[in-house]
Every structure is written in C-alpha cells, then in structure tokens.
Design a protein around this ligand. Structure first.
Ligand SMILES: Cc1ncc(COP(=O)(O)O)c(C=O)c1O
Length: 416
C-alpha cells in the first residue's frame, strides 16, 4: 500500500523537529544522510529509560531487571529489522565506525601475509580505513574496487576479476551515502563466498530507505547506525553466530565470553538502545498503518513500511532529478537515467557552476533548507571525480520530506 499525503502529514506530526521555522518558512531537512530527525516516541523512550529504569546490566534488583528486559527487546527488534532471526547476534556499540574498527582488528588476526581483501572506492571511509589499517597490521594486500565515473556504480567486472583464492574479505556498502547508488550486495556476497572469503556490508545509508535482509543477501557481517534511521546516536553490528563466537574479540577479562556481550565493550548506552527499540517500532507501526494490517508481526510490518517508503521516496527523487536536469548551473553525480532509478536511493549530490558547495549549502541554510556539503567522508568518490577539496552538495530525501519541499528547493536553485 502506498504512503498517502495523509499518512505523510500524520507521520510528520510525530517529528517535533519538523515544526522548526527559519524566518517565515518551515525548515526543510534534506540532511537525513548525516542523521535523520526522530519521532516523539524515540525521545519519550530515552526519557522514560532515564526516568524509570536507569541501571547497569545484570543487577538482581527491579530497575536492572527491567533494564535488561528492555535490552533483550531491543536486540530482538534489531534482529527483526535486519531479517536476522537470532537477537544474540546483534551487538550495540558507540557507532558504526567504532564497531567496524573492533571487528577489523579481530578479523585481521585470522589473516596471513599474502592474503588479500577487497574494499571499494564508492564507500564511506568507515568501511575502508578500518580494513586498510588492519590489512597493514597483518601484512595483507588491499584491492580497491573502482566505480564507473559516469554514473557512480561499482565496476562489477573488476570485482569478479579481483576475487581469488587469496581473498579473505570483501567490504562493501549497501548504498552510497554520496551518490545514492545501490550496490548488488547479493551478487557480491555470493562472489565472496565462492572463493571462501567473508563479506561485510555497511548498511548505514541503506537502512532508512529500504528493507535490510541479511539472510537473503547472504552476508557474514553487517553494520548500521540508528541515527540514520530515525533513532538516536548509536551503532549496530550483526554477524553470523559461528563467526562471532569463533573470532576472538578485544574485550575485558570479566566481560562475557558469550553473545552478544562479547562484542559489546564497556557499559552500553542503554537509553539510546531504548531509543533504537522505539525507532524500529516507529517503522513497524508505519507498516501496520499503511497496510491496515494491525495484527502482523514486526518483520512483516517492516516489510510493509519499507515497501511504502520506497515507492514514496521514488516519486520525490524523480521530481528532484527531473527538476535538477532543467537547471543549467547544476551538475548531478550518480545515476541520472530514469530507466536506472531503481538502482539508486533518493540521495543526490550536485555541484553548482557559480557557487562552491560550502557557499551553496550556506545560502540554502539561510533560506531554511538544510543540506550537507563536502565529501561526507566518502572521500574516494570526490578524489576520483576531481572534486576535492570542496566536494559536492548533498540533498538527502527521506520519507518525512514532501514534494512541496522538493519544489521549494528547485525554485530556490532556479532563482539563485
Ligand atoms: C554509509 C556510511 N557508512 C558509515 C558511516 C559511519 O557511521 P557512524 O557515524 O555510525 O560511525 C556513515 C556516516 O555518515 C555513512 O553514511
């Protein structure tokens, strides 16, 4: 079922930030890829945790027991979000970057000189440098998978030729946080598996837009970040049970040896974990509302939510890209062929002929339109495209944005 204007109107009311005004105009949040806004229920869950069940893990008294109950529910909610089944294979941590560094260090212990790993030039650096540094420590060779400059899609022919018996890991993003390109992760994970390599997916940019599905994709590990999918600032890592159990994690001696505690170093940010649970339930609730099936389970509800979000965002993206095409001063990077729109998310990076990315972002900010500028840490893309040090301007649409907002941006750009 599609997301109607009425649904969008109702869901927007759940996000307090969306009522902000700049001058006499409502603020437009096109900065979702750098962090989305959160619905009231996420704010309430964090506040409720701190007010009523704030306690450390494993205590034998009511607040600690209630806190642990909430943690169990949050692990289950994220397992449902990832299509993972097993809640113990979900670990929380400070952010995706830190969790990836932790995993890279543990995996590197299993590598030997002469081994190879593959990273891509399309990825956020959080899915590149942790692996490159771990490879340096272990004396392992790094292969860089390039992208086609015309449309910023991965060069899959290169991928297949880089794979070999020496490959130990393939680290790739589900989608680019810069150009919105969606990567063929199922094919990539299958390729990795065919040579006995492991696969690690960065789902940070994908998670607010489309259904995550670790079982269908066949990946070995996946990481994402709740602040990109309407939750608080906290990272998430998932891995296959046998791998998470078998690897030796960098952990303290008294910390648990079993899952998920083994991978969750230090005292966790419980209030944010409560917020993650609420964020997943926000999405599931949206799925129940749009499908009008109020009794379906959380995973089925998330499938409905993402189907509706995907259709709605595709319409916004089409309007944006069609509008940008009319503007002579604007160049769009990434997929612009309407036939290929199914292979991109509504994250659009542009440059302007007369204004630097910073100047354009600042001008738009003054007019109440919030966009990002620079390389957004997807550094190799701007390096490869010759766009350093200024980078681009990123317009990131999510399901709380509207066609009116897209039109307002297009009008402002046309009038510059
Ligand atoms: C695609 C992608 N991967 C990884 C990250 C890093 O996530 P975190 O801030 O949770 O470390 C980001 C953050 O912008 C991102 O967009």
């Amino acid at each position: 079922m599609p997301l109607t204007d009425q649904h969008v109107e109702q869901l927007r009311q759940q996000f307090p930030a969306l009522s902000r005004r700049v001058g006499d105009q409502p603020a437009i949040y096109f900065d979702g890829p750098a962090g989305t806004q959160v619905p009231q229920r996420v704010i309430d869950a964090i506040s409720d945790y701190l007010s009523n069940r704030n306690a450390n893990h494993g205590g034998l008294f009511p607040t600690s027991r209630e806190s642990d109950q909430m943690l169990d529910q949050a692990h289950q909610a994220v397992a449902d979000l990832l299509g993972a089944g097993d809640p113990q294979c979900v670990a929380f941590g400070p952010n995706m970057t830190t969790l990836t560094f932790a995993l890279s260090r543990a995996l590197a212990k299993t590598w030997q000189r002469g081994d190879e790993i593959i990273v891509t030039r399309l990825d956020h650096d959080a899915n590149v440098t942790p692996w490159v540094l771990a490879a340096q420590d272990a004396g392992v060779t790094v292969q860089y998978l390039d992208f086609v400059h015309d449309d910023c899609t991965l060069n899959m022919a290169d991928f297949h030729s880089q794979l070999s018996e020496k490959t130990k890991l393939v680290a790739v993003g589900c989608a680019s946080n810069s150009t919105g390109s969606i990567n063929p992760v199922r094919e990539i994970c299958e390729g990795a598996r065919s040579v006995g390599a492991l696969s690690f997916l960065d789902a940070v940019h994908y998670a607010p837009h489309a259904l995550l599905d670790v079982r269908t994709w066949g990946c070995d590990f996946l990481a994402c970040s709740a602040y990109k999918f309407f939750g608080p600032h906290i990272g998430i890592m998932w891995g296959k049970r046998e791998l998470l159990e078998g690897l030796s994690a960098y952990k303290l001696r008294p910390a648990p040896d079993d899952l998920p505690g083994k991978w969750m170093t230090g005292t966790q940010n419980h209030e944010c974990i409560a917020g993650v649970l609420a964020a997943v339930d926000y999405l599931a609730n949206l799925g129940r509302e749009v499908s009008r099936h109020h009794e379906i389970d959380r995973r089925a509800a998330l499938e409905q939510a993402y189907a509706a979000i995907g259709d709605y965002e595709a319409a916004l993206m089409r309007r944006l890209l069609e509008g940008l095409r009319q503007l002579e001063d604007v160049k769009v990077y990434g997929i612009t062929d309407p036939e290929q729109f199914g292979n991109r998310l509504p994250t659009v990076s542009i440059t302007h002929q007369r204004l630097s990315p910073a100047a354009l972002a600042e001008r738009l900010g003054e007019l109440g339109i919030f966009v990002w500028h620079g390389n957004y840490y997807a550094l190799q893309i701007t390096e490869q495209l010759g766009l350093e040090p200024d980078g681009m301007v990123r317009i990131g649409l999510v399901h709380y944005n509207t066609l009116e907002e897209v039109d307002r941006l297009l009008n402002v750009l046309a009038a510059l």
